[in-house]
Design a protein around this ligand. Structure first.
Ligand code: GLC
Length: 666
């Protein structure tokens, strides 16, 4: 492929190249250049068919919050690789994902599109996602850079964040993704400390390009450019979508001496580099999954991403795993999600799938041989006596409840963490007439269950589990598969327990005065009880942790070794988590921070030794006096267990570094 020569482009053409040709494509310079098609993700291909102006049908994988609950890096790679297949099929060149924004506010309408409240988990999954896409010759676009943690007033409200918090929490997942050399980054709509992301030279150039070493293209979110001159000066490369005045404004700025052709050329070169990357990696565009296999991938991710939150009295599974005996003779299913589960929240990430899911009640009946009965809420007053009769006559009631795209989605926040009053009443009233009650939740983020959690025996967090939700759930509920998912975000008891009660914004600024204390870091620091902690998830198996030991490999490279034993008669996968605590430091630090994890399959009575590596970043904090990551010498603790609030193993270590090894240049 011949290198594209910038000299062959006129200044007029170069100015046009810095904005889209239309909504989704880059400018072709009258045929001189390949036009790249930029298509949404991140939970599947959402690409508008320019003939019908409707999205193509594609595989609706589970939303990224469910992928995150798998804690499975290999699965994240396969997930995005499957999406890359459909980009290849439809000639999309860049996939607009992953979204790695941190879940600071449980009300944020797009939490379902993001991975976690924790930067390390977000970064690890984001890296795998980027690699899965780009290994197939499709560009990834890590978004939304940065501190875009609310959807309320997302285009104009400034995120006021200090530099340490930015580096340790909100920038960290983007920095970690640099390891996989993403072809592009998307800047967010919001201002950060008073300057729009699209015009924020400090964040785009000084941090992203210089400090993090990003050498790809920075595009704007759609409509996020307010001032083309300021955007180019800040080193934004591509304004999306087409901005009708972009060329005129830039040419006038050159004429007026406010912008040099050299500045324009530097931005144009990034667009040309992206086109060249796309062309030179074209041979990697090899489809590796069939439609059926992509659907199976959706089922597999849902199986590992659905979380069993509560299972009192082991009412699940419906069938004894040990001997296959049915536990129940009749199960009552209630709720429209049984037939047609919500697959996503609203907005640009919603994938249109042609796949018709089989109803959950029918799948359970076929798998277990147990009689099932189904009813759903009707538009008119449902006949509650009939509903209660069915509940009363059954051994177990399964109630499917969730938030549709009017409640969770892009461009708005939820008003509450609770289900609607009507949904809560349905749960309470059915539970009142049931022997045993299971609630399955189809929401995109944490739910306040305080009104009903004590009235039900089991809670399954399905989230937005895509087109494979019912197949996955039926296998999990019947014990054909075992739960292994764990929460990548805290479920606080009520919104009032969250920072500022979730009301973190005032219409002008969103003041991040929680600092680095976000998610479990906040609930730990405030010693707050939570409903379900970060990293929580039940299994039909039971795992025991023992025998932690630490091996020192260098000044700050350690290996944490520990044993896990499956003490049950059921096989399963366990997500073990490694947290590091700075026992005493000269700056405020979280009580613990996730710095490693492992997901491992164990047969009944099997013991495995797990190894997790710790490095410089496992101990360092961002020191704003040095403007560097810095390790303060002294005592640290390594805590290991199955959830952030269940860490049975502890090891102590003392870090003593020569001064010139205590900090890094990031
Ligand atoms: C939207 C979203 C962004 C998406 C883009 C294109 O406003 O913020 O995530 O990729 O525009 O649809």
């Amino acid at each position: 492929m011949e290198k594209i020569d910038i000299k062959k482009l006129s200044l007029e053409e170069k100015a046009l190249l810095l904005t889209g040709a239309d909504i989704w494509r880059t400018y072709g310079a009258n045929g001189k250049l390949k036009q790249l098609f930029l298509a949404d993700g991140p939970q599947g291909l959402r690409m508008i068919d320019t003939e019908t102006n409707k999205p193509f049908n594609a595989t609706a994988l589970p939303a990224c919050h469910v992928l995150a609950n798998t804690w499975n890096k290999d699965m994240a790679y396969e997930y995005s690789s499957a999406i890359a297949d459909e980009c290849i099929l439809h000639n999309a060149d860049v996939l607009l994902g992953p979204g790695v924004n941190i879940k600071r506010n449980p009300l944020c309408g797009r939490n379902f599109e993001y991975f976690s409240e924790d930067p390390f988990l977000s970064g690890e999954l984001g890296k795998a996602y980027v690699k899965g896409v780009q290994d197939k010759g499709i560009g990834a676009c890590v978004k939304h850079y940065c501190a875009n943690n609310n959807e309320y007033d997302r285009c104009y409200q400034s995120s006021e964040v200090d530099n340490r918090t930015l580096h340790e929490i909100y920038l960290r997942p983007f920095e970690m993704c640099m390891e996989e050399k993403p072809w592009s980054i998307m800047c967010s709509y919001n201002p950060i400390n008073g300057i729009y992301a699209s015009e924020n030279r400090k964040l785009l150039n000084d941090v992203l390009r210089k400090e993090f070493g990003f050498d790809g293209l920075i595009m704007s979110d759609w409509g996020a450019v307010h001032n083309p001159l300021y955007a180019v000066k800040a080193t934004l490369d591509l304004c999306m979508p087409h901005h009708k005045d972009y060329q005129d404004i830039l040419l006038k700025a050159v004429e007026d001496g406010k912008l040099t052709e050299k500045e324009i050329d530097e931005r144009v070169q990034k667009v040309l580099d992206l086109i060249e990357k796309s062309e030179s990696n074209y041979s990697k565009r090899k489809i590796s999954y069939t439609d059926e296999q992509r659907h199976e991938k959706a089922v597999e991710v849902a199986k590992e991403g659905v979380v069993l939150l509560k299972n009192d009295g082991d009412i699940l599974p419906f069938v004894n795993v040990s001997d296959g005996a049915k536990k129940y003779s009749k199960i009552f299913f209630y709720g429209a999600n049984v037939k047609k589960p919500f697959t996503s929240g609203g907005g640009s990430g919603k994938v249109e799938t042609a796949y018709e899911q089989k109803p959950l009640d029918e799948l359970v009946k076929n798998l277990s041989g147990i009689e099932t009965v189904f009813m759903e809420e009707s538009r008119f007053e449902p006949c509650w006596r009939a509903v209660f009769k069915q509940a009363y006559d059954s051994d177990v009631s399964v109630i499917a409840m969730g938030d549709d795209t009017n409640v969770e989605g892009e461009g708005f926040n939820r008003y509450t963490m609770r289900l609607s009053n009507e949904q809560e009443d349905i749960i309470l009233n059915i539970a009142r007439h049931s022997e045993k009650t299971i609630v399955i939740l189809y929401t995109g983020s944490a739910v306040d269950m305080s009104a009903w959690i004590d009235c039900v025996d089991a809670v399954v967090f399905a989230g937005y589990s895509g087109e494979g939700a019912n197949e996955a759930l039926s296998n999990l509920l019947c014990g054909k598969s075992n739960f292994s998912g764990k929460l990548a975000e805290t479920f606080p008891i009520t919104l009032q327990d969250a920072f500022k009660g979730g009301r973190t914004f005032d219409g002008e600024t969103d003041l991040y005065d929680d600092g680095i204390f976000v998610g479990y870091r906040y609930y730990d620091y405030e010693n707050k009880e939570v409903l379900f902690p970060f990293g929580h998830g039940l299994s039909y198996a039971q795992f025991e942790y023992s025998n932690i030991r630490i091996v020192k490999n260098s000044e700050y490279d350690y290996e944490v070794l520990y044993d896990i034993t499956n003490i049950s008669n059921v096989a399963g996968k366990e997500i073990s988590q490694v947290y590091v605590k700075d026992v005493s430091s000269m700056v405020r630090r979280p009580k613990k921070e996730l710095k490693g994890f492992s997901k491992d399959y164990l047969e009944p009575n099997e013991t495995k030794t797990i190894s997790v590596k710790l490095d410089f970043s496992s101990f360092a904090y961002y020191n704003v006096s040095l403007d560097k990551w810095y390790i303060e010498n002294g005592a640290f603790e390594v805590l290991v267990g199955g959830s952030s609030r269940n860490l049975p193993l502890k090891a102590k270590l003392n870090v003593q570094l020569p001064q010139d090894c205590q900090y890094s240049d990031g």
